[in-house]
Design a protein around this ligand. Structure first.
Ligand SMILES: C[S@@+](CC[C@H](N)C(=O)[O-])C[C@H]1O[C@@H](n2cnc3c(N)ncnc32)[C@H](O)[C@@H]1O
Length: 335
């Protein structure tokens, strides 16, 4: 199974007080550390590696992410309910609404069949997203992968989620990839996914809040994120923290909403996501945090609200957009 590479250790420090860490390694194999303890030599906080995943979560972090809670709520709702389980899991895939097909893909994965889960998810995405949305998004991922083809040093992918960027980076670059998220549930799923996809050796999994990372100052040559910045609620210190640890470039795949689109603006403000979903605001926040930002690879495409489930009441896929709109996609290259 993928485990934390030993080469990651020199990059790490205490995310609470920035003290040095003293490591005790309990188990390791050719793919890295499977079990270890780290203690801060300054504030005595403890962190651990369990089942190959390093957890640097500080007690003040609450994982309030909607994506995680809806996925786990869904699994519980379906597995415990015969009337839902059989129409969702046994109907011919082509007969399911796109949202339900996507839920079936998630549950198929949860049961351990990642290849079938990926096949169903790809079918579902055809019905969930406008073609221009998918094309613009794919172009950004391809651009980042090309930029990092020969990257030296590890690439830290922030708020990695289900690995839509980390997967192509592992597949098409030679870099070591740190897959990170504040949700241990997401990282445990990713460990099984990496194993199923045969990605061994070059991926490490780390749990931390991107607003309070465990990295040494200016230690990271490359950070990436695929729509991660705008998924972090109350970003507060996020951009300052990334500036603290960044010693090279941050490549951030973003999409921006038109400022005059009132229906979506209301929903965005309600979710507390406005600071990084509007281009001018995002650029101003990056500048205030000391980043020099260049916009690369921009394209504009239609976006529609993702259709909701027909089987599970109130179950949706993406919270935004709430009304049809046009998004401007790009990679922000921040240095
Ligand atoms: C939907 S994903 C974004 C897509 C993902 N980057 C990809 O390439 O597939 C958003 C992720 O951000 C994570 N997240 C939200 N807030 C976070 C935070 N403060 N620190 C780290 N991860 C966070 C969530 O757990 C979720 O997995």
């Amino acid at each position: 199974m993928p485990n934390m590479n030993r080469e990651v250790l020199p990059y790490l420090e205490c995310p609470r007080c920035h003290g040095d860490l003293a490591w005790a390694i309990d188990a390791e194999d050719e793919e890295g550390l499977t079990a270890a303890e780290a203690r801060c030599t300054q504030c005595a906080s403890g962190y651990s590696v369990r089942d190959g995943i390093a957890a640097f979560l500080t007690a003040d972090v609450s994982d309030e992410d909607l994506w995680q809670s809806s996925a786990s709520a869904l699994a519980q709702a379906v597995e415990g309910d015969d009337r839902l389980r059989s129409p969702l899991m046994q109907a011919p895939p082509a007969s399911l609404a796109p949202a339900d097909l996507f839920f079936r893909a998630l549950l198929t994965e949860e049961r351990g069949d990642f290849a079938e889960g990926e096949r169903l998810a790809a079918l579902a995405r055809d019905g969930l997203y406008a073609p221009a949305y998918r094309a613009c998004h794919r172009r950004q991922i391809e651009w980042v992968v090309r930029r990092l083809k020969d990257a030296g040093g590890p690439v830290v992918d922030l708020a990695s989620g289900r690995g839509d960027l980390a997967g192509p980076l592992l597949h098409s670059t030679a870099a070591d990839i740190l897959i990170t998220d504040f949700s241990l549930r997401v990282l445990r799923r990713n460990r099984r996914w990496l194993e199923a996809m045969g990605h061994r050796g070059r991926a490490s999994l780390l749990a931390f809040d991107a607003r309070r990372t465990p990295f040494r100052p200016a230690s990271l040559s490359w950070m990436t994120t695929n729509l991660g910045l705008a998924n972090i609620r109350d970003p507060g210190p996020l951009l300052d923290e990334l500036r603290r640890v960044g010693g090279g470039q941050l490549l951030a795949i973003c999409h921006f909403y038109p400022p005059q689109d009132d229906a979506n603006r209301q929903a965005i403000v309600h979710l507390g996501l406005d600071s990084l979903l509007y281009k001018e605001q995002a650029l101003a926040s990056l500048q205030a945090a000391g980043w020099k930002t260049v916009i690369e690879n921009a394209c504009i495409g239609d976006a529609m609200p993702t259709p909701t489930s027909r089987l599970i009441e109130d179950a949706g896929i993406d919270a935004l957009p709430v009304a049809p709109t046009q998004l401007e996609w790009c990679v922000l290259v921040c240095s």
